[in-house]
Design a protein. Structure first.
Ligand code: F3S
Length: 283
């Protein structure tokens, strides 16, 4: 039997960097360590970090009560105001903001300092978007759908700078940009979508089209894993969504000759490997 494992399965560059940063800090730094929000949407990883003494700060109130320790900023990044607060409190900051997100912070900070109006295309409830919003000064808007774009009224004679949440859908982004462009003459568009998600989906779809059975590994709350599962199921009826090896009934796979494996952006490598090794042993 042949197993095809997606090269893009699991952590993207930014998430891997953030997770590695936490473990590096556990090894090398004394004193309490906190992450601002869970470092990734994966219960097992967060539990493992907690067992090594890393506490998750789940609200700004919890941060307000801190007076010492190391605070790790996750890959989504944070608003400037929160960054300033960490500095004022004299906490040790370890910034694991993904460089692709940091680049957007720099763009919006510079553009709004030049007097331009910032439009962020993305989900206003997502921490990444809230972080970007927080580097944009007060003249900024978040646009998520056609309705928001239609309602948006630009100021006369003011340049608009449009950026995007890194995981936003490219076609939707283009459509929303078109609507905004019709309302103003002076619009600069910076496509800040990261390719990692799209590459993972394209590869998963390709593999699912080649194999007899497909396994998608990821946390049940992970929206990117759910999406990956839907894409794979369209290409391969025999697709299974599991969180860990425990959820996989190997008998269910039946008499297959080829199995594909992929995983969401928050699935650690050891979970993927465990599944891969066990599938290999059984067949
Ligand atoms: Fe960074 Fe792209 Fe991942 S922006 S966190 S590498 S999805």
């Amino acid at each position: 039997m042949e197993i095809i494992r997606a090269e893009t399965a699991g952590f993207c560059f930014g998430v891997k960097r953030a997770v590695d940063t936490v473990y590096e800090q556990v090894e090398n730094c004394g004193g309490p360590i906190y992450t601002l929000g869970p470092i990734i949407h994966n219960e097992e990883v967060v539990r493992d970090m907690e067992s090594r003494g890393v506490a998750v700060l789940r609200s700004e109130d919890e941060l307000d009560r801190l007076d010492k320790g190391t605070v790790i900023i996750r890959s989504h990044g944070i608003a400037k105001r929160v960054y300033d607060k960490l500095e004022e409190k004299g906490l040790r900051i370890v910034d694991a903001t993904c460089p692709f997100v940091k680049k957007i912070h720099n763009i919006v900070e510079k553009e709004s300092a030049s007097g331009n109006f910032i439009v962020i295309i993305g989900n206003p409830d997502h921490p990444e978007v809230q972080g970007i919003r927080g580097w944009a000064g007060k003249d900024a808007a978040v646009i998520q759908n056609t309705e928001d774009a239609e309602k948006f009224i630009p100021e006369k004679n003011r340049k608009i700078c449009i950026v995007s949440q890194t995981t936003f859908n490219y076609n939707k982004f283009k459509d929303l940009v078109e609507i905004i462009k019709k309302k103003s003459y002076d619009v600069s568009v910076l496509n800040t979508i990261c390719n990692a998600t799209r590459e993972r989906q394209t590869e998963a779809q390709r593999i699912a089209g080649l194999v007899d059975a497909m396994i998608v590994i990821g946390d049940k709350h992970s929206s990117n894993t759910q999406k990956l599962f839907e894409i794979c199921r369209m290409a391969c009826n025999n697709t299974y969504y599991i969180q860990t090896l425990d959820d996989l009934d190997l008998n269910q796979l039946g008499s297959v000759e080829t199995v594909g494996i992929t995983a969401g952006a928050s699935t650690p490598n050891n979970i993927i490997e465990e599944v891969q090794n066990n599938v290999r042993i059984i067949f």
